[in-house]
Design a protein around this ligand. Structure first.
Ligand code: SF4
Ligand SMILES: [Zn+2]
Length: 140
């Protein structure tokens, strides 16, 4: 059984519970188990940390003082998650580069050698100009 914490009495309850069995606080909106009802836990209204308040897309009349909301999306949690993901990505990239340092140096040297060869080849086989010899007539 998945569990959740009641925002009012902080008891552990079934995640699908529509109301808290201890204090009767509604946990799901409209008595429907598929729609979680978010509750403000402290002094601050939910809107203060909601993505839809931050990007000014919410049109709910209870904004910015909502203490209960079905659409609430915690912007701080999302930001923390994004920071964690980008931190992980930077760490993984650094690790990857560290493990393949020798290979990258080798590839760099090969690239330089290729460029050098290409340059010296173009110098020796540049365009040739054929000048007419003395006594030769050009056909025009
Ligand atoms: S979606 Fe709900 S919590 Fe978010 S800003 Fe609108 S009313 Fe507030
Ligand atoms: Zn409760």
């Amino acid at each position: 059984m998945d569990t959740a914490s009641c925002p009012h009495c902080h008891q552990t309850v079934d995640a699908q519970a529509v109301t808290c069995p201890y204090c009767r606080t509604p946990l799901k909106a409209y008595g429907h188990p598929g729609i979680p009802l978010h509750h403000a836990t402290g002094e601050e209204s939910l809107c203060q940390s909601c993505t839809y308040h931050a990007d000014d897309t919410c049109t709910f009349p209870q904004r910015p003082y909502a203490r209960e909301c079905t659409l609430y999306q915690n912007s701080r949690q999302i930001e923390a998650e994004q920071r964690r993901v980008s931190g992980n990505l930077a760490f993984a990239t650094k690790n990857w580069l560290k493990r393949r340092q020798a290979l990258l140096v080798l590839l760099g040297l090969l690239g330089l050698a290729f460029l050098f060869t290409l340059q010296s080849h173009s110098q020796t086989t540049g365009p040739r100009i054929h000048l007419p010899q003395a006594g030769q007539r050009s056909h025009s």
